[in-house]
Design a protein around this ligand. Sequence first.
Ligand SMILES: *Cc1c(COP(=O)(O)O)cnc(C)c1O
Length: 229
Amino acid sequence: MDTITDNLQAVKARIGAAAQGCGRAADDIELLAVSKTFGVDAIRGAYAAGQRAFGENYVQEALDKITALQELQIIWHFIGPIQSNKTRQIAEHFDWVHGIDRLKIAERLASARPAAMAPLQICIQVNIGDESTKSGVEPAAALKLAQSIMQLPQLRLRGLMTIPPASHDTAVQRNQFAQLRRVRDDLTAHGIPLDTLSMGMSADMEAAVAEGATMVRIGTAIFGTRQTA
Ligand SMILES: *Cc1c(COP(=O)(O)O)cnc(C)c1O
């Protein structure tokens, strides 16, 4: 087996063990393979091993890969920061978008999503305990943004995502992910149906699964260390 196939199996084993440890079904946690900075050969390798959902952060890099891999049945997730001048390309080429934290961006995606395509699947990004970045809506503002997004055509609100500040302390990781789960519970209590909690990366997927993640976004543990630009 090649490295990517091995790594995918190891990641699935980690997710499976974490799920078992808290009485969840491993099938309830979807694995999103984050392929940013890696080439189409790496994606083909993971695809050959059965992986179908891939996450990308940079629009131009992603469009090149999407074009090159058109014949594959890939579900493409945009997980990077969204610039308003890139919303049309994102709306036309992706299946999911995880980083919505402003109504303006959601409106632009809604109006750019071609009518012939399925609705764009949306996660609202929530800022959990990270004062160093402004990306993500504050927890207290998530309900209002969710209610507004629900009114927009061609978008389907699926859930919430977060990128908490990195910590090696499992208790801190769990506390951060629990905060996102509580925001989800609050929105659900207000009648907003959400089935997705997008949280957990290579270093903290176990804590995320323990706190209810339904989708983990894994790059390094599948493809290896990224070369920083
Ligand atoms: C890069 C990235 C990931 C993957 O991180 P790893 O630590 O490599 O698993 C997950 N989510 C987002 C939003 C990312 O930008």
